[in-house]
Design a protein around this ligand. Structure first.
Ligand SMILES: C[S@@+](CC[C@H](N)C(=O)[O-])C[C@H]1O[C@@H](n2cnc3c(N)ncnc32)[C@H](O)[C@@H]1O
Length: 291
């Protein structure tokens, strides 16, 4: 058996699509934390902005968000899942596509929800897929992601008495956070929970809310956090904290050394410039150039 036959993700979901609908489409009513996180996510999206339900399956997450006033579209690898999603959600636009190469231009979506969408990806693919998700998000766009916590890979050849061949990957939370940060996300929130009994597979779950950092110049990504701006540096970016001395006491601490980020965005400390700087700053681009 070749690799693809051993892990036939698309074909396996195609075969279980009907069963998936009957068992899972309604499940959010039994998952209070998921609903709470989706409710809050809906409030963070401005009216009329588009959110993608990525790895949507039959589209129950998109359905839930649409009921809360969010404009939603959906993407899934499995044509049979997409057929079910369209039938169940006639007012949502669904596309059959691979999240490793999303058929949208840069900055297309204000938000992405990806509930258990990464569970069939190998750990080695996470960073590049998050990079693709980051590309599809608008600056400051939000990603709400969930996955099973663990280290194992479970291979199924039988799923609900249907013959399949598919790997499910569990991830350590730190592993996912590291990949997200490396791809240019800031982690805004992490929640973990135990499985709901009698509702779902008995695995611990993680939910991460992450925001796309905004790239400015010289490998510097910026986002706002409260009264501060937070900067992260691309690999091999050297930063000299020269002119910040006069502007911010917080920056003084870093003045003594140039900072060289060695691995990627995530490996670099973020630098918070305090309230004083934020108030005085007139031209963020100018400051960024000074770095
Ligand atoms: C575990 S299901 C989750 C479905 C739904 N989000 C939910 O919460 O029930 C994973 C879904 O991701 C889709 N998927 C897996 N790999 C994908 C890929 N590379 N690109 C797009 N969708 C993918 C599968 O077809 C499947 O519908």
């Amino acid at each position: 058996m070749d690799d693809e036959a051993q892990n036939d993700v698309r074909g396996s979901y195609d075969r279980v699509a009907d069963e998936y609908v009957s068992r899972i489409f309604d499940e959010l009513r039994h998952k209070p934390l998921d609903c709470e996180l989706l409710d809050r996510f809906a409030t963070l999206i401005s009216a009329g902005q588009l959110v993608c339900d990525l790895g949507c399956g039959p589209g129950q997450v998109g359905h839930y968000l649409q009921k809360r006033g969010v404009r939603v579209c959906g993407v899934d690898l499995s044509p049979e899942m997409i057929t079910r999603a369209r039938a169940l959600n006639p007012n949502i636009d669904f596309t059959c596509a691979d999240m490793r190469a999303l058929p949208v231009s840069n900055s297309s979506w204000a938000g992405i929800v990806a509930f258990y969408a990464i569970v069939n990806l190998a750990a080695t693919e996470l960073e590049s897929v998050f990079g693709e998700i980051q590309r599809a998000l608008q600056p400051d766009g939000l990603l709400l992601l969930s996955f099973h916590i663990g280290d194992e890979t479970v291979h199924l050849s039988d799923w609900w008495d249907i013959e399949v061949s598919i790997d499910f990957h569990f991830f350590r939370t730190e592993q996912v956070i590291t990949a997200l940060q490396a791809a240019g996300f800031n982690i805004e929130e992490l929640k973990e929970r135990l499985p709901y009994p009698d509702v779902e597979h008995q695995s611990r779950r993680a939910y991460i809310l992450a925001r796309k950092l905004t790239e400015t110049t010289g490998g510097v990504l910026r986002h706002s956090a409260g009264n501060s701006d937070v900067f992260r540096l691309r690999r091999n970016t050297t930063v000299r904290y020269r002119t910040l001395l006069v502007r911010s006491r917080i920056a003084v601490r870093f003045l003594k050394h140039d900072f060289r980020a060695e691995n990627s965005y995530h490996s670099c400390e973020s630098i918070s410039f305090g309230r004083r700087l934020a108030k005085k700053r007139e031209r963020p681009e100018h400051l960024t150039n000074e770095l």
